[in-house]
Design a protein around this ligand. Structure first.
Ligand code: ADP
Length: 272
């Protein structure tokens, strides 16, 4: 089971003065259970790409294959796809609106047609998965801290029991402590559930510490795709696209300290 793009290209506003080729012939396959980071500078096509994965944006050309089926086939159940491929947008807390936390997290499962009891069960499980304290379940989401709001918003997607969780810049606007807490929690939930997790970021530090595979986007094209140690071997190309070499060096040392197998070529970046 996997989710894949096959030669996907996407053009915004074709035939107008605003025409923009946001994705150019992008292909990859992500097997179920993988933890993948998508990185690239602002405007490299990351958001456009992930919106293809749950059918929010339709490719100008190419295919999106989920569990062996092309999602553009006639009669394909897009509603089902959207509940299985959960997408958490940037600043998801802006979409919180219910009177209390638990009602907010129940919103998705309610739309899936589950009973009140099932909704609450799923909501509680989801809130537990994101490490949200039970004592605040009846609190208004608007009274929470930035980090806690974000947990509630992520739980709202998890409550629909997706098989694939996509997070678009989940640490944007958080302080370093909030950032580490959210990423540690995402790593934990990946381990506990075995869900596919796709983490989108422009920060090499955020990505490299957690994921098992990195896809680097550059001007709408897939530039690199591999395990962190393989991707970092291309540090000169990474530097060219604004993912600076000193930053990569720092990340590599960090990975080594965590006991990861780091290629000897890469640890000598400083001397390069
Ligand atoms: P990223 O998420 O990496 O910042 P995006 O996918 O948002 O990149 O954008 C890719 C390119 O498409 C950028 O050049 C951006 O300006 C352009 N783009 C994004 N959304 C739109 C839109 N709605 N209309 C026209 N161009 C867009």
């Amino acid at each position: 089971m996997s989710i894949a793009l096959e030669h996907v290209s996407y053009v915004y506003s074709p035939g107008t003065a605003y025409e923009k080729h946001a994705l150019k012939d992008v292909s990859f396959e992500i097997p179920q259970g993988q933890f993948v980071g998508i990185i690239g500078h602002t405007g490299s096509g990351k958001s456009t790409l992930i919106q293809h994965l749950n059918g929010l944006v339709k490719a100008t050309s190419g295919k999106v294959i989920y569990e062996g089926r092309n999602i553009y086939d006639e009669g394909y159940n897009m509603r089902e796809l959207r509940s299985q491929v959960g997408l958490v947008f940037q600043y998801p807390e802006y979409q919180l609106f219910e009177v209390d936390v638990i009602s907010d997290v129940c919103f998705g499962p309610k739309n899936q047609g589950l009973s009140q009891e099932e909704c609450e069960k799923n909501a509680k499980e989801a809130l537990e998965l994101v490490g949200f304290p039970e004592k605040y379940y009846k609190q208004s989401p608007f009274e929470l801290s930035g980090g806690q709001k974000r947990r509630v918003a992520i739980a709202g997607v998890l409550a629909m029991k997706p098989k694939v969780l996509i997070l678009d810049e989940p640490t944007a606007g958080l302080d370093p402590k909030g950032r580490d807490e959210i990423l540690d929690q995402v790593e934990k939930l990946h381990k506990e559930t075995g869900m596919t997790v796709i983490l989108v970021s422009h920060s090499m530090e955020d990505i490299a510490r957690y994921v098992e595979r990195i896809i680097v986007m550059n001007h709408g094209e897939k530039m690199l795709d591999g395990a962190p140690r393989e991707v970092f071997c291309h540090y000169k190309e990474l530097e060219k696209v604004g993912l600076a070499a000193p930053q990569v060096t720092y990340v590599m040392h960090d990975l080594k300290e965590r006991g990861m197998d780091v290629s000897p070529d890469v640890t000598t970046i400083e001397e390069a």
